[in-house]
Write a new protein. Structure first.
Length: 515
């Protein structure tokens, strides 16, 4: 058996097996499950398929499994609960995978297994059944949308660097076909029928994990500012277990690159149980979250292979701006803001490219900071989530401890950390310029090493730091798309200089499909 997931009641199953004189060779929950299936197979004298179905009805937890039995060597049995699983339908051959990227070179025809489904594959065909009710289910065959090249490095040393450098294209893909310049309107077919329900909502929640949570935080600022409604941002792992005020007048937006993150999926299911309208902002087409939410918007960033999410973040923020404009248009937003944001949205691909064209400036700076063991990232307003994201990128691929903070919060504790060994990355924009310059002075006064990513370029900033990365100025709702990219490159270059496995950092998975 191959298993992706966590069997939560494996201890009680293990005890049951021990009472039957069956001992496991390992401490893994996976072995307990296969031993349990083998035990039932011997006891119940049922077919392999029926035995597995019976066993799975006793299991609590999450699993994506593939099982083979020597008595039926030509039969592959796979089943999912929680963890993603799909079948590839080839020419006289079948594949089972947790994601489409490993099978695209063999077939583009895939069948997604939904929650609580089991598939039986034999040389002459396949059948999908519901594990509980044991009914046969007819399944649609979907086509994989992307090409093989998109999941190759394309001459880059790492997928992460390739994906960082794709962002001018991916941001344009997020916008493509969604900005009607003639009528100055945003078109998002995936949520169009729900616009009024969203606008009438009592509460708007946004839930996500990791980098997607940072994009969600920026999304909440954009929606609050453009719609003048309160928007709450929630870590999905907390939201799914906390007693919240979610009800049938709520809208719960979930953000997920993979569309398979277990906590976010569970948060969505909980919101649906409470009658809320659920809206997904997702990258992977056909993923569980895109299939289980009521409506949504694909970010069209293409496959993101590097574990550290980069292009998905800039596309997620771009999509929040599109959603904000679409909804605000119905609420007669201030025309000046509307037009300047529309204009800047259209300029974004070329502005992103202009930031990427100065990527080498960042690799030079990285040389000077590769040996530090702690970093602080500080930003204000829309740049606070960018500080969080910059710190996460450095942590997850270079294993250097880093923290992101609202710059003003520094005086309430973190300033105690500042000395000659503490690099501090400031994200400086026009908004709150004076305030953040005084924070820079506070760090400078205590000998902190200062790196500045800024839309402002002047002698004052040059006085405070030798390491300044300039980015173009755009509407503040979009600015984080540009200020974030040098921080992606800083983390990438430091990690490469440290010899880290940038695409597959230790202890991390691209999609966290277990709790
Ligand atoms: C980000 O670089 C990490 N890979 C991780 O924090 C990720 O953002 C998080 O697991 C959420 O993933 P999702 O967007 O696929 O739901």
């Amino acid at each position: 058996m191959v298993h992706n997931g966590i069997i939560e009641n494996y201890n009680s199953l293990k005890k049951l097996l021990a009472d039957k004189g069956i001992t496991c060779q390992t401490d893994t929950d996976t072995e307990v499950l296969v031993q349990f299936i083998a035990y039932l197979y011997k006891e119940e004298k049922l077919s392999v398929v029926e035995t597995i179905r019976l066993a799975l009805n006793e299991v609590i937890g999450a699993y994506g499994i593939v099982v083979l039995c020597e008595d039926e060597p030509d039969t592959i049995i796979s089943a999912r609960l929680g963890s993603p699983l799909l079948m590839g339908i080839g020419e006289n051959e079948y594949f089972v995978a947790s994601d489409s990227s490993p099978i695209i070179e063999y077939t583009r025809n895939i069948v997604f297994l939904d929650e609580g489904e089991l598939a039986v594959i034999r040389p002459d065909g396949y059948e999908v059944r519901n594990i509980k009710a044991n009914e046969v289910i007819s399944k649609d065959i979907n086509k994989i949308q992307y090409n093989l090249e998109e999941i190759e490095k394309g001459g880059y040393d790492h997928f992460m660097l390739k994906e960082i450098n794709e962002q001018a294209y991916t941001v344009s893909e997020a916008i493509r076909g969604r900005l009607n310049r003639d009528e100055m309107r945003v078109m998002l077919g995936g949520i169009y029928d729900w616009v009024h329900q969203i606008l009438d909502a009592e509460h708007i929640y946004i839930t996500a994990c990791g980098t997607s949570w940072h994009a969600a935080l920026i999304g909440s600022y954009i929606l609050e500012e453009l719609l003048n409604v309160p928007v709450k941002v929630e870590y999905a792992s907390e939201f799914r277990y906390r007693v919240t005020a979610v009800n049938s007048n709520s809208v719960v937006i979930c953000v997920s690159q993979s569309g398979e993150t277990a906590d976010t999926l569970a948060a969505i299911r909980k919101a649906k149980e409470k009658g809320a309208l659920t809206l997904g902002i997702v990258n992977v087409v056909g993923s569980s979250i895109s299939r289980e939410t009521h409506c949504g918007v694909y970010i069209h960033a293409g496959p993101e292979i590097g574990v550290a999410s980069t292009k998905a973040f800039t596309s997620q923020v771009t999509i929040f701006n599109l959603i904000g404009l679409l909804l605000a248009d119905k609420k007669s937003i201030n025309a000046e803001i509307y037009h300047s944001l529309m204009n800047d949205l259209e300029r974004m691909p070329q502005l992103v490219q202009s930031v990427l064209d100065h990527g080498n400036d960042v690799s030079d700076i990285a040389q000077d900071f590769v040996n530090f063991s702690n970093f602080l990232y500080l930003g204000r307003g829309y740049q606070f989530p960018v500080a969080l994201e910059g710190a996460l990128k450095l942590k997850e691929i270079s294993y250097i401890h880093a923290e992101g903070y609202p710059a003003a919060e520094m005086k309430h504790g973190p300033i105690a950390l500042i000395d000659n060994d503490m690099p501090v990355v400031f994200i400086v924009t026009e908004k709150g310029y004076e305030k953040i310059v005084s924070n820079i002075q506070e760090v400078r006064a205590r000998g902190g090493q200062i790196i500045i990513v800024s839309t402002e370029l002047n002698d004052e900033l040059k006085d405070y730091s030798d390491h300044i990365i300039h980015v173009p100025k755009v509407h503040h709702c979009l600015q984080s798309v540009l200020t974030n990219i040098p921080l992606q490159l800083l983390a990438y270059n430091i990690a490469v200089l440290k010899g880290c496995d940038v695409d597959m950092p230790r202890n991390l998975a691209k999609s966290v499909t277990v709790e």
